[in-house]
Write a protein that binds this ligand. Sequence first.
Ligand SMILES: *Cc1c(COP(=O)(O)O)cnc(C)c1O
Length: 378
Amino acid sequence: MGQGGADGRTDQLIHPLARRAKPYRGANMIEVPSPLRLRLDRAALVANWRWLAAQSGSAACGAALKANGYGLGARAVMHHLAAAGCRDFFVATWAEAAALMPLPEGASLSVLHGAGASDMIAARTLPVRPVLGSVEQVVRWRDVGEGRPCDVMVDTGMNRLGLRVEEALAGALGGLRIETLLSHLASADEDSAQNAQQLAAFRAVRDAIPARRYSLANSAGICLSTDFAFDLTRPGIALYGGIPRREAAGHIRQVAFPETRVLQVRDVPAGEAVGYGAAWTAHRNSRIAVANLGYADGFLRCHAGTGAMASWQGHALPLIGRVSMDLVAFDVSDAPAIGEGDWLALGYDLPIVSSASGLSQYELLTGLGARFERIWSE
Ligand SMILES: *Cc1c(COP(=O)(O)O)cnc(C)c1O
């Protein structure tokens, strides 16, 4: 509109400088390569889901897709897992649910944050169930949910989302068509007495409240025992390569492999410093690679000084100096063949990088930014 200046009225709305500029119509037709890529292993994702499904015993195994599939891309994850037989998916918000339409054949999607007053148009329009999480939401759904099925969250000791057990047992859920009754474990990644307490509380709720299915376990809960599985499990982090408990080590495979491209390589004489704050000084004549990656991509400043590495053709390349917004530097003195445009693979074994950096495995994945091009194998 108004690009060619043919329409006199719209032309007046365009700044004189912009009017003089030639419109460029090809921008959406050229391929703009990203200097950051996230290689994603579809076979590993599916193998992780199959292992979690086997650990779930006779329960169905679903998938948590919130936060864009923990940063990997919710739509692709949903389609890969649906093709493998997964049927039950969970997101946090209605915006996340809307972005996943249309759903694969036979898939069911639930919104964990329930149905707030401003969610009701989406909740009545989309083929998605709310996970009702408070007495207020239950009342609202009874009033305007038109008798449609819903899920319900009961809080068994975490005090985050969900009706209190007493509220549920006192009849707050009467008259609902409950598809899945859920609760969530607060400490399943630890050997905590809270796990058995929540299990007992959830069993009491199950015995009193009719629902088609009952669901308690996240990834760590699946590792605890099949006692926690009930009818449906809801893993997230372990699908994506996180190790929630020691029982999963050796079974769960890494799925996400970040890579960054070298922008330039430079020689740094002994005694000179690199980067903001001169935080790293060359103790010998060094060669460093400056690469396209920074804290704006979710590679946070706390990785500096933790032994973080990239690798290239079998060479380990230590991260040096501070992490900038869009740039990092690696010491490539021992791999002098590295040049501009080469791809470096970031060391991103989640348990190792988590314990070195102090970031959780969840933060390491969900922080990976929009500048990564997500590329699935196969
Ligand atoms: C995020 C979430 C899950 C998945 O948890 P993981 O620890 O990633 O396996 C399951 N259930 C609920 C209610 C969640 O919020």
